[in-house]
Design a protein around this ligand. Sequence first.
Ligand code: HAM
Length: 421
Amino acid sequence: MINKIKGTIDFYNLEAIKYRYLERKVTDVIKDFGFSEIITPIIESTELFVRSTGEESDIAAKEIYSFLDKGNRNVALRPEGTAGVVRSYIENKLYVNNNLTKLYYFGPMFRYERPQAGRYRQFNQFGVEAIGVSSPLLDADVIMSAVNIFKNLGINNIKLVINTIGDFASRSLYSKELQKYFSKDIKSLCSDCNRRLTTSPLRILDCKIDKDNPLILNAPKINDFLTEESNIYFEKVLEVLKTNNVKYEINRNLVRGLDYYTDTVFEFIIESDDQLDGLAICAGGKYSDLVKSLGGPDLPGVGYAFGVERIIAIMSENNLFPNLEPVADVVIIALDDAAKLYSLKLINTLRENNFYAEIDYVNTTMKQQFKLSERLNAKYLIIVGEEELKNKTLTVKSSLDKTQETISEENIIKYLKEKLK
Ligand code: HAM
C-alpha cells in the first residue's frame, strides 16, 4: 500500500464540494473588484523564487521543493503565487495596454514545512495581485476586497493586523540598528533568531518562539526610521480603512517573511479557541521593486493570498457552509432485470433534460434501493416493475410531500419539469 506524502491532503466527498464552493464564492466577489484570472505553471525556475522571496527567507533557504530536472535545469514547485504572476506579467508584457492590471489565482503551493494543524506541505492559495500603480487608495481597496470576501463567507473571528515597513533604504538603516540592539543579548533568543541576526535581523521581530520575550517587545520600532513619504502613505491607507469602517490593529513588529515587501504589510489572524488560533488566514502587502528586480519595468504591485485549507477549517468549525450534500432529483427503483434495462434508457432521457438522476445498477429489492435514494436525498423516486413495463406507466413517489402518482411514460419529463423547476 502506498500512502499519501506527509503534509498533503486528499479532498473527497463533502470536503471536495466545500473546496469548489469556496472557489466559486471567492471568485464571484473578486470579479466585482475587477480582477481577472491568471493561471500560471506550478513548476518554475528555482531562481525566480530565490530572487523574489530573498535568499535568506525561510521559503528559499529551507522550504522550497527544488530539484534538477532530466535536462539539468534547476526547477521548483512554486512555494507561493506572487513570483510566478509577476514573471508572467513581465514575460507577456501585460503592462502594455493597462496602467493597472488586476489578477487573481487559485491553486496548489508547496513548502517543506513541519506539518501541523493548518500547516501542510501541499496547500492551496487564493491570491490577488494588482500591478502597475502606487496608491494608498489601491492598497486599502485590495485589503477591503479581502474584508469583503470574509464578510461574504460569514467569517468574523479574525482580526486585521497592519504595519508599514517603508522602502529598502529605510529598512536597511533599521536593519543595522536592530543588529546592534539584538547582538547585546542574542544568546537569550532561539537558534533561528541567532541565525537571523546576520542574515535578516528584521525577521527576529516575528519569531513565533520568542514573540513575548521583552528583548523583542522593546526593540527599536520601524516607524522611527521611515521616510516622511512612507509615513504619509501609511496614514493615508489607514484613513481609507477608517472611512470604510474596516477595523485594524497596528503591529509595529509585523514584518512578513518574504523579502519583496515595501511599505504596507498586513495579515488577517484567526481568533479561535483551538489550534488554529493565531495563524494567518490571509497575508500580503505592497511590493515596489519586485517587478523591476525580476527584469520588468519599474512598476509596483500589491496583493495577498489566503490559505484555502485554513478557510475551510474555520468555516467547518463555525458551521458556515450551507448544506452542500448532493440532492438527486430522481432515483429510479427498478424491480427486476428487464426493468433495469428499461430504466437505463429512461435515466439517460432524464439526464438529457438536465435532471440529476441515479440508479442502483446491481440491487433489485426495494429495501436495498431505498438506501441509494436516502444517501442522495432524492426528491422523487420512480418505480419500475413488471406492471409499469406492461402498461407503459411509471409510479412516481414524491419525498417532498409523500404523494404517489401513476404517470404515463411519455409525460414523465413534463411532469418532473413542472414539479421541480
Ligand atoms: P504567505 O504569508 O507566505 O504569503 O502565505 C499566504 C497564506 O497562505 C498564509 O497566510 C496562510 O493562510 C497560507 N499558508 C502559507 N503556508 C501554508 C502552509 N504551509 N499550509 C497551509 N496554509 C499556508 C504569500 O504567499 C504571498 N505570496 C502573499 C502575497 C500575495 N503577497 C503579495 N501578494
